[in-house]
Design a protein around this ligand. Structure first.
Ligand SMILES: [Zn+2]
Length: 278
């Protein structure tokens, strides 16, 4: 369930009871699962917010329930009588007796924690930058900060403190679209070119949404790597040896930050001077 659906489903509702069905997702709450459940009980939710892989569900008292969705976490709203999905970990019942909030997480890399004073922005995630679909995302500001860094463009795109949500695949595809080598130094890249790269990344992510998922949240939650329909529209990522869709040169795979970077050797030429090759 995406943030918007969640907002419509829980905002203004008071928690009657919480059941923790598996302790792992609440492991960050050190006093334990029972204490976690008691802490939430009686509070009223305000409108949920999202940043990167985190959702936070503010309470009207200034605290928040912080959720890291990890690889597989998701919220659902179901009638209390509806059967539980496998891997349901936490249940929240409301005083109004309507639909139950359920946290489902198969792999449990993420989890839930209480963030004291975190209603506006939990301190735990204050360092994470906005993603391109955040209403307050400002591409010009991101580009200005990017150009102050002494690093390579791809490394900057993957830096969650600069911009969140751009993974390895989206970075490679965006750099190809903007005809930019991954090692290009951010300090010397022209503003216009940097904007082109960030805009391209947003476009690639939007395409992925249109083809593989229904929302940006599901991009995070369900699409782990290149999968499904999106796979077929990749220009360079995972396409080693295949022709570049623009010029026909064979796509190259190169080592980058313990992973790979895929590029067209002709459209994305090796930069002269400063370069940051992973
Ligand atoms: Zn090419």
């Amino acid at each position: 369930m995406v943030r918007r659906g969640l907002a419509a489903g829980i905002t203004g509702r008071r928690v009657l009871a919480v059941q923790v069905l598996h302790p792992r997702p609440v492991r960050r709450h050190l006093p334990g699962p029972e204490h976690f459940a008691a802490e939430l009980t009686g509070r009223t939710f305000a409108e949920p917010c999202r940043r990167g892989k985190y959702l936070w569900l503010p309470f009207d008292d200034g605290d928040a329930l912080l959720a890291h969705l990890g690889m597989s976490g998701q919220f659902r709203l179901d009638e209390a009588t509806a059967p539980l999905l496998p891997n349901t970990r936490v249940l929240v019942d409301f005083a109004d007796g309507d639909a139950q909030l359920r946290f489902v997480d198969q792999r449990m890399f993420g989890g839930l924690s209480l963030s004291p004073g975190g209603a506006r922005l939990p301190a735990e995630i204050a360092h994470i930058a906005r993603d391109p679909f955040d209403p307050e995302f400002d591409a010009h500001e991101v580009v200005a900060r990017l150009r102050r860094k002494r690093t390579g463009i791809k490394r900057a795109l993957l830096d969650q403190q600069l911009v969140s949500g751009i993974g390895n695949i989206y970075a490679d595809e965006a750099l190809w679209l903007a005809r930019t080598h991954y090692a290009r130094a951010t300090a010397t890249i022209p503003t216009r070119k940097a904007l082109e790269v960030v805009t391209a990344a947003t476009a690639v992510m939007r395409t992925a949404l249109g083809q593989g998922g229904t929302s940006f949240d599901s991009l995070y939650v369900n699409v782990n790597g290149a999968s499904g329909y999106f796979d077929r529209s990749l220009a360079v990522y995972g396409q080693e040896g295949r022709p570049c869709p623009r010029c026909g040169s064979p796509v190259r795979r190169e080592a980058f930050m313990n992973r790979s970077a895929f590029r067209c050797p002709r459209c994305q030429r090796t930069p002269h001077g400063d370069a940051y090759a992973g």
